[in-house]
Ligand binder design. Structure first.
Ligand SMILES: [Zn+2]
Length: 132
């Protein structure tokens, strides 16, 4: 079953801290934060490193590929079924996201996926993933 292309995705809440993330998303680029003090990536975007509390964090272009860590297809309470998932990026961080544009019943843990960007209802696009 294909996911409807018409599902309305709510606009994300944009603030000064995450605005560069959504500006990049508008250009089809996935950014994650990297800490210069401890070398670890993190997500969602924060200016203080959650690993070592350093403020020496900066934006980094993610490769936009990863694997499905866990997933679930939601069939109730939504006009169309959709697949919610945690995707672990190559950089090691996990993102709560959706798997889209594929047979939802074929989405499996460990599946390789790549990022794409879906328009939202009046806001910037948001990163989602599809089988690589
Ligand atoms: Zn750190």
């Amino acid at each position: 079953m294909l996911l409807s292309k018409d599902r309305k995705i709510p606009a994300p809440s944009v603030n000064p801290e995450n605005k560069p993330y959504f500006d990049a998303a508008s250009q089809g680029k996935l950014l994650i934060r990297k800490c210069a003090a401890c070398g670890e990536f993190h997500h969602y975007p924060r200016s203080i490193c959650p690993h070592c509390f350093s403020d020496k964090t900066a934006w980094h272009d993610a490769k936009g590929v990863g694997i499905v860590y866990t997933c679930s297809v939601l069939r109730r309470g939504a006009p169309e079924p959709y697949c919610i998932a945690y995707v672990t990026l190559d950089e090691g961080v996990s993102m709560l996201t959706n798997i889209v544009d594929c047979d939802l019943d074929a989405v499996k843990i460990g599946m390789k996926v790549r990022v794409l960007f879906k328009p939202t209802d009046g806001g910037p696009p948001v990163p989602m993933f599809t089988p690589a």
